[in-house]
Design a protein around this ligand. Structure first.
Ligand SMILES: [Fe+2]
Ligand SMILES: [Fe+2]
Length: 210
């Protein structure tokens, strides 16, 4: 799917409207397994960044019960989601190996590491000053990923007949075929998006109270 095509009924933030087309410039408009793998590598980052922020803050604020309660809830979400994203990443990397897909070392190995490193600190800073903005950026990313997976399956009906196997299924769960696997990933992304949107509502509510 072209990342320029914004699905209806959901509004991306300005930064997402710049981010996704920029990624298309580097990785092409069409969805590929390699492009999805790059997205998954980056998708783990916000969750690790949030967890890291809370971990550091708790070093100072461990005695403030209200703060600890908030940290527990958000860290729990972030830990579960980053693990889930890792299974997506490991399984896609495994499939790319199995399918013998040729990758470009700079585009698919080096650049994603640089993006991931930079993204970690951007999210960390935004989360520190304006947590709801970091959750919105992540919700956009998740919504984009959900639609990329769905469109990829729609564009490739043969995936329904393609059996798929990975040693990581013992952690992630088994699926019947490649289409089911990618749609299961899409469902995970939808869940991640909803969690981030719920966090925004929670923060807005807390801000109103204080
Ligand atoms: Fe994912
Ligand atoms: Fe996700």
């Amino acid at each position: 799917m072209s990342n320029l095509k914004q699905p209806t009924g959901y509004k991306y933030s300005l930064i997402s409207n710049i981010l996704f087309p920029t990624m298309d410039l580097f990785y092409g408009r069409a969805t590929t397994f390699s492009k999805l793998k790059v997205l998954e590598l980056i998708a783990r980052i916000p969750y690790q960044s949030w967890e890291h922020n809370f971990f550091v803050w708790l070093t100072h604020k461990y005695g403030k019960k209200e703060y600890v309660e908030r940290a527990i809830e958000e860290m729990k979400m972030a830990r579960a989601a980053q693990d889930n994203e890792q299974w997506h990443l490991f399984i896609l990397a495994d499939l790319i190996n199995q399918f013998k897909i040729k990758e470009n070392f700079l585009l698919h190995v080096v650049l994603p590491q640089i993006i991931a490193f930079t993204y970690f600190y951007i999210i960390s800073i935004v989360h520190f000053f304006k947590p709801e903005w970091s959750y919105k950026l992540n919700a956009d990313f998740e919504y984009h990923a959900e639609n990329a997976y769905k469109q990829f399956v729609e564009d490739n009906p043969q995936f329904k007949d393609q059996k798929v196997e990975s040693s990581f299924f013992k952690y992630y769960g088994n699926v019947e075929n490649l289409a089911d696997l990618l749609l299961k990933f899409a469902e995970d992304e939808r869940h991640h998006k909803e969690e981030s949107l719920a966090m925004i509502q929670k923060i807005k509510l807390e801000n109103k109270k204080s």
